[in-house]
Design a protein around this ligand. Structure first.
Ligand code: NAD
Length: 326
């Protein structure tokens, strides 16, 4: 029987996620939520209708199977039965939002698998603090399961196996999107990493202010030494310390072509004393959405495998192998 999936957040990533699922047999999307409403259909949600409704009316709450709500996540959890797992494609604005959603699930008594694509170290730390509560509630939660952290962190954990000592992990991402408004939260959260900005400042910026900023940079956001949870995920496993991990990248908000090839380089010393570097490069044709959503559902499937064995609590993309969804 197909795994019944809910997607929370129906912006750039949420819509890509439901499109991706429509080509899969092992998973079916039965629940959606956005800021203004939710939809639940146990037989599966019609992808085209959901996207068209969201884009024309601003909420999946206008679907036949939908309901408008100011507390859509809470209402969806209490009105939907048999959802095996949720992909949290939500903005983490403020920086405590994802942890508050996890808390909402804990409070509701719901049991199943949750997967996020959260990015900041301090946000993952808040989820780590919820480990025991998640475990006691019968929730299997996988955090940091996008591209970075996520696919590239998992690749680093695999690359580390060749070495006796890991000296550095360097992650560089290139993202190309035709239009920033398709991924508003992603772009706001990236701006929050720019010198002189913070999560609070980026959250408070109007769309016009973001456009003015992007006009000044010719649509490019260049990021260095970001606060990215890849560091803590690798440190937690004893692979290296967090200060040996660096993450940066370039986002082009006006061109779907990637400005650089996303890559992860791990340098270390083998047991024979040789210094070497493993490199993992993503194909330039793979979009951010393909790399984030594919990975998130791979971890959701792995989470289901754990959940069915009564293994609950918090796990990370660096310590679990994602399972390919057929
Ligand atoms: P978006 O702005 O396009 O969409 C956000 C969606 O969430 C909207 O549908 C909105 O209605 C909904 N939403 C907002 N508040 C809500 C609430 N309180 N209840 C229910 N729904 C709510 O966002 P996006 O660009 O798709 O990004 C989503 C997240 O994915 C961001 O946090 C981003 O940082 C993260 N991301 C991670 C990676 C990675 O590699 N790890 C890559 C890209 C994006």
């Amino acid at each position: 029987m197909a795994i019944k999936v809910g997607i929370l957040g129906f912006g750039g990533l949420g819509q890509a996620a439901i499109k991706l699922l429509s080509s899969k047999q092992e998973m079916i999307c039965v629940a959606l939520a956005d800021q203004k409403g939710y939809a639940y259909s146990p037989e599966g949600i019609d992808v085209k209708r959901a996207i068209a409704t969201y884009q024309s009316q601003g909420s999946v709450g206008y679907l036949e199977s939908g309901t408008l709500s100011e507390q859509s996540i809470k209402d969806l959890i209490s009105h939907s039965q048999g959802v095996d797992g949720y992909f949290l494609a939500l903005p983490n604005l403020p920086n405590t939002f994802m942890a508050s959603v996890a808390q909402e699930f804990i409070n509701s008594g719901w049991q199943g698998v949750l997967v996020d694509a959260i990015k900041r170290t301090s946000a993952v730390e808040q989820l780590i603090d919820l480990s025991e509560d998640l475990k006691a509630s019968g929730i299997t939660y996988l955090t940091g399961c996008g591209a970075t952290p996520g696919l590239l962190t998992a690749a680093a954990a695999i690359a580390a196996q060749s070495f006796a000592e890991v000296h550095k992990v360097e992650i560089q991402f290139g993202v190309g999107i035709a239009n920033w408004a398709a991924y508003r939260a992603t772009i706001r959260e990236d701006i929050a990493h720019m010198p002189g900005y913070s999560v609070d400042i980026a959250q408070a910026m109007t769309d016009q202010e973001i456009e003015t900023l992007l006009d000044k940079t010719n649509g490019l956001i260049t990021l260095e030494n970001m606060e990215h949870a890849d560091d803590i995920l690798l440190e937690k496993l004893g692979i290296c310390s967090r200060d040996q991990v660096t993450v940066g990248g370039v986002v082009d908000t006006r061109n779907p072509k990637k400005p650089l090839s996303t890559n992860m380089k791990l340098t270390g010393r083998t047991f024979e004393g040789k210094i070497s570097t493993h490199t993992f490069i993503l194909g330039d044709e793979t979009s951010m959405a393909a790399n984030v959503c594919g990975t998130a559902f791979g971890y959701l499937k792995a989470g289901i495998f754990f959940y069915q064995k009564s293994i609950y609590g918090l796990f990370t993309s660096a310590e679990v192998m994602p399972l390919f969804v057929k």
